[in-house]
Design a protein around this ligand. Structure first.
Ligand code: NI
Length: 226
């Protein structure tokens, strides 16, 4: 499931992050790429664990934890510390799949990447190119969202970032280990939860809603790993 999660950050938060990112020191993005990724990756990143990455990462984590659509769609068990990247002057990231298992920096804890997320800090009219292209069974989807918005997609997907030919593309990217590892099961739970929310808002029959909410939780209980 590809999902556009709007308004993760306020315009004020985006402006704050951009000011910090524009003043930061950046390194070659290949430091965190796996064997497959390093060959096709050409961009820059904030060093993992740097003070700016930690400060802005905490801001991003606090924002997504409060976002009901994100929680409902990703059903996070753990979120990888957000990282930040920058593309300009033809920089790009060729077609790849993200590493399936990562070590959380400094912890030794293994982390399975189920859901990938990209949060945009630049508006689409500020740069040319820099599309996130995600492939699934319906073909290729080109994603370029307003600053403050986020896309989440299954980490199993092949994807690329096309060359940035004008301006600068600034983004945060990270992974989620979900309580429900299977994308089809997560998509079904998200559909069910979205329908229940709508029934709640429209004051639909209470007994029927109670049974539906029970079914949602019993499916989650059947599938969740915690
Ligand atoms: Ni990737």
């Amino acid at each position: 499931m590809l999902l556009h999660v709007p308004n993760v950050l306020t315009p004020e938060q985006v402006a704050h992050c951009r000011a910090r990112l524009e003043a930061a020191d950046w390194v070659d993005g290949r430091v965190t790429a796996g064997y497959q990724g390093a060959v096709v990756k050409q961009n820059r990143q904030l060093p993992e664990g740097s003070a700016v990455a930690q400060e802005l990462g905490n801001l991003v984590l606090a924002a997504i934890e409060r976002h009901p659509m994100f929680i409902s769609a990703a059903l996070p068990a753990r979120v990888y510390p957000p990282m930040f990247n920058r593309y300009e002057g033809e920089e790009h990231f060729g077609l790849h799949v993200d590493n399936s298992v990562r070590l959380i920096p400094g912890s030794g804890i293994k982390f399975r990447t189920d859901v990938s997320a990209t949060l945009f800090f630049a508006n689409p009219d500020e740069y040319d190119g820099g599309e996130l292209q995600i492939e699934d069974t319906y073909g290729r989807h080109a994603v370029k969202l307003p600053a403050g918005d986020m896309i989440v997609y299954p980490s199993t997907s092949l994807h690329r970032v096309t060359p940035v030919t004008r301006g600068t593309r600034l983004a945060s990217f990270f992974w989620i280990q979900s309580m429900v590892r299977d994308d089809a099961q997560r998509a079904l739970l998200f559909e069910l939860d979205t329908a229940i929310q709508r029934l709640n808002q429209t004051g639909a029959d209470e007994q029927a809603r109670t049974r539906l909410i029970g079914s949602y939780h019993n499916l989650l209980r059947m599938w969740a790993e915690v």
